[in-house]
Write a protein that binds this ligand. Structure first.
Ligand code: SAM
Length: 168
């Protein structure tokens, strides 16, 4: 899950990565959900139409495989669009979050940093409640889980931390 996913770039990038790097991974082998509180951002994510600038790091072979050129823009091909889903969800709404299912991995970049301490802890608790034991939480490089929140084990990865949900 990508929370928040904004206009969807991270979700499509992860899907492309899985399809390219996972030798035997097919699109039905993973469920990839992007959520954001901003309904306009989610509409854009669903539309999957990106500018040249958004794709500037995407090599030509992957552009051709996963996008259709539409004038100045690139539209995500239907098979890639169908491999992911997007929903308008507030990460602070614990009942709505729980209805999304249970996840192995959550990416949450550049949102917690804007929250007040209380909201940050609420969001982290909500992530925790929808993660499978042993699952991974990835944050932005400037974001940390407070050390008194013992249920996640921090693992240093380059300059960032990833957090592992301890087994029950
Ligand atoms: C700075 S953007 C980060 C987007 C993306 N993860 C990235 O790194 O490019 C922050 C996003 O958080 C979303 N957001 C803020 N509060 C939220 C909340 N309570 N629940 C879900 N999304 C939220 C905003 O709508 C915005 O799309």
């Amino acid at each position: 899950m990508s929370a928040p996913c904004s206009t969807g770039e991270e979700v499509y990038s992860i899907a492309i990565y899985l399809l390219e790097e996972g030798n035997y991974i097919k699109k039905r082998d993973f469920i990839l959900v992007g959520i954001d509180i901003d309904s306009l951002a989610i509409e854009k994510a669903k539309e999957g139409l990106y500018s040249e600038r958004s794709l500037h790091k995407v090599p030509q072979n992957l552009r051709e495989k996963y996008f259709i050129k539409e004038g100045e823009f690139y539209r995500v091909r239907p098979f890639l669009r169908e491999s992911v889903s997007f929903e308008v969800v507030n990460v602070l709404d614990k009942y709505r979050m729980k209805r999304l299912g249970m996840f192995d991995v959550i990416f949450s970049r550049n949102m917690l940093i804007y929250f007040e301490e209380r909201e940050r802890l609420e969001a982290i608790a909500n992530f925790y409640s929808i993660m499978k034991p042993g699952g991974y939480l990835f944050l932005g490089h400037a974001e940390r889980i407070p050390s008194h929140f013992k249920l996640f084990k921090p693992v240093k990865l380059g300059k960032s931390f990833l957090y592992v949900k301890e087994e029950d």
